[in-house]
Structures are given as C-alpha cells and as structure tokens.
Design a protein around this ligand. Structure first.
Ligand SMILES: [Zn+2]
Length: 439
C-alpha cells in the first residue's frame, strides 16, 4: 500500500520541514511512478480501500461531510466497492464555497499551520484549499510523475511561467531540477529572450501563455534551442494553439489536465491520444454523458485528508476513451477534456455545443486571425471575427460565409450576431477561451 494521507497535523511536520518535505516528495514520487504500471485490478483494489477509509474519516471528522452525507442519508458503510460510488453525494463548488471554512477541514486542525492554495476563480468562484506539508509533497509527486513519464531528467532546466511562483528547493541550488520562474505579467518578448539565453529543456505554462511565447519567438525571428518537453496546463489547448506552440517552439506540447485544488491528474502520453488518468491518486468519473459520451467530470483526490475533496464536481466536461491506448499504459483514459462547462454554448433545446464544433467550422476560414463566440442571452450568439491585416479587405465575404455556415447548422431560433473586430481583446484567464457562456 502506498503511503499517503495519514494523520500529519502534528507538530513534527513543521520543525525542520523543508528537508523532510523534499524526502517525502521523492519517496512518494517513486511509488507514484511505479503504480503507473499497475494492472487495472490492482488500481481498483487500491482505490476502493483508500475510498472506504477516506469516507469514514471525512464523515467522522469533517463537519462539511457529516452534514452533506446526513442530509442525503448516506453512511460511509454504504460504500463497499466502486459500484457504490454513485451513492456518495457530490461536493459542488457552491457547497464548498458557502460552507464555513472551519467546517471544511478536519476537526482540531489549525488553519494557520496549513498551506493555503487559492484557485484563480476564473469561473467566477475563487476557492481556498488547505493542505498539510505532507499533502503538498503528495500533490507535487503526483504532478512530477507526469514529467517523468515523458522522460524528464533531474538535470533538466525548466522554465515555468506563472502568476504565482512555487517554492525554491535546496537541491535546485545544486543544479537538480533547476527551474527559472517568470511572471505571466512580463512581456512575452522577455520570456522569449530568457528561453534563448538559458536554452531550457522543459517549458511549463498555461496554453495561452505558451502561445504568446511561441508567437514572440516567431515575431522576433528568434531561434532558441528546442525545448525537449513543453507542458501545457490550466487552459484548454485547442488545435490551433497547439499548432502555433509547436511551430514557434519546435516541440509539440503535452496537454495536462487538473485543477489547482486537486493537482494535475490527467495527462497526454507520447501518443497524444487523450488523457491518462492517475488512478492511483485520483478517482475520476464522467456523469450524465450525452450521446457523444461527453459528461460532467467528477474527481476525488485520494491523498487529501485535512480538507478532503470527495466526488468534487469540477465544472469541466469530458468523455472516456473506449479503446486501449497504443502506448501500452492501462490507466483509464479520457478521450477528450473539452474544458469547462461554461466553454460551451447552450442551445434552446438544452444541448451544449463545445469549442471543437466552432473550431472545425472556423478552420475553413484561414483569413481569420482570431474568433470568439459569446452567449449572453439564451437565444442570441455574438460571433466576433478578427481578420489578419492582409485579409482585412475580404472581411465582408468572410463574415457572410461564416453567417451562412452557422445558419445552416444552428437552430433558426438562435439569433446570430456577427461582429467584425480589428482585434479581440482578452481578459486575464480568458486567453484561449474562444467560447464563452455568460448566461
Ligand atoms: Zn497512452
């Protein structure tokens, strides 16, 4: 049994903790890496054992779960195997946010002694998650495992571009797992210069940030050494963004899915055929799937005990893959993660259209530099189109063509308002969000 969770709210973790946390990360990383090769049966047994324990713990010691489960008439003993999972009440963002913060953590825990991780709230609902040092190490190991699955080496120098910088570790001063942090608030030109100067082997950032970096490299005519690995997370990596990153940096990005509150737990392998789920650390479900298999993603982090996250409704949408991945890994695999449920348009009959639909349609118009679809009323779509400078004189025919195409495939009761734009400004956190539902 992999060691995780456990009671680590005692003071031992807080004295001389840096070294201890580093060792814990390395130890957990080794076991996480090994379990990537486990059989599905072994993973299932582990998931069930950890879930049984986690449910009993949450019900006994975390007031939020006690009230949530009592309201639904659920008892931890009702869960015997994964087949019973649908009986466990869902935890919604709304419920988590409206709860007293002290009710969300284990009784007796001192929030002042826990790490606080804040989500960006790009869906309009910021959340704070509290972690112990051991849980932080666990989340780091779970995320690092993805790097190692792609051949990451401890001697690799990484460039990571974020709003908030991560911790610096003592071993990094020795040149192990060295990392340069840059701010997303800096101009992309400065990221590109840095990449040229240091020749990073690994680049990690959100999809929109990577795209801006790649564009800066191309626009300035730079030729940085090709990074061996490029990891894209935080935002939906659409095909156009993927292609621009690959063209600018010379490396096809690896898409990684996760949530700030649950770590990264689904990732593309070298075949880029959907997302392998880290089933040793997370239980992922797809609920209420539509005929295309797309449904709401629900995730449980098996390693969080102080602030458990059990059957957490992520607000994202995905679909399972039916067949095995040619890479040989047996981990469950999501064929698609199309992003947040809000990255969709809601049709009058209740169906949802996600960005791939629009991407395919607009791909037929190479004159378009950027586009965005915004739904602010149930029966009206605003379609914003920005053409490249060379094609501006063709704006009329392009707009007419798009309007005609949309009218053919969308229901007539949906009014389509085509707006031509010279540029499409993007708000922070909306960098690659091309479909926005503001209903
Ligand atoms: Zn694979």
């Amino acid at each position: 049994m992999i060691e995780l969770g456990g009671q680590d709210t005692g003071p031992g973790w807080y004295f001389g903790p840096v070294l201890r946390e580093s060792f814990a990360t390395v130890r957990m990383l080794a076991t996480a890496r090994a379990s990537t090769r486990w059989s599905l049966e072994r993973l299932r047994v582990r998931q069930e054992a950890l879930l049984r324990d986690l449910l009993a713990h949450a019900y006994e010691r975390v007031p939020l779960y006690r009230s949530l489960y009592d309201e639904a008439g659920f008892r931890p003993a009702d869960f015997r195997s994964l087949a019973d999972l649908p009986r466990v009440p869902l935890l919604t963002k709304e419920r988590l946010k409206s709860a007293d913060p002290l009710d969300c953590v284990v009784r007796g825990a001192d929030p002042a002694r826990l790490s606080r991780v804040e989500t960006s709230g790009s869906t309009g609902m910021p959340l704070a998650i509290l972690l112990t040092a051991r849980e932080r190490a666990w989340q780091r190991a779970v995320a690092w495992r993805i790097l190692f699955e792609h051949g990451y080496r401890l001697r690799d120098r990484t460039l990571e571009i974020r709003q908030n910088f991560g911790p610096a570790f003592a071993v990094q001063r020795l040149g192990l797992a060295a990392k340069d942090w840059l701010s997303i608030l800096d101009p992309p030109d400065s990221w590109a210069s840095h990449l040229c100067d240091r020749g990073h082997a690994v680049v990690v950032a959100g999809a929109g940030t990577l795209r801006a970096l790649a564009d800066a490299v191309v626009e300035r005519g730079l030729a940085p050494p090709r990074p061996r690995l490029v990891f894209s997370d935080s935002e939906t990596l659409d095909p156009e963004t993927r292609a621009r990153i690959a063209a600018g940096l010379g490396t096809d990005p690896i898409d990684v899915y996760g949530l700030v509150e649950l770590s990264n737990f689904a990732w593309e392998c070298e075949r880029r055929r959907g997302f392998h789920v880290s089933a040793d650390s997370h239980v992922v479900e797809v609920l209420d799937a539509d005929p295309d298999g797309l449904g709401d993603l629900v995730a449980t982090d098996l390693g969080l005990r102080v602030m458990p996250m059990i059957r957490y409704a992520t607000g994202d949408v995905g679909a399972w893959a039916a067949e095995a991945c040619p890479c040989g890994r047996v981990l469950p695999r999501l064929a698609r993660v199309v992003g947040r449920a809000v990255d969709s348009v809601r049709l009058p009959d209740g169906r949802r259209l996600f960005w791939p639909f629009f991407h395919e349609l607009f791909a037929a118009h190479p004159e378009l530099e950027r586009w965005r679809v915004v739904q602010e009323a149930p029966r009206r779509l605003r379609v914003e189109l920005a053409l490249g400078a060379r094609d501006r004189d063709r704006a009329g025919p392009v707009c007419d063509g798009v309007a005609h195409q949309l009218a053919q495939v969308l229901p007539p009761e949906l009014e389509i308002d085509i707006r031509r734009r010279d540029a499409i400004p993007v708000a922070p956190g909306e960098k690659t969000r091309m479909v926005l539902c503001r209903l």
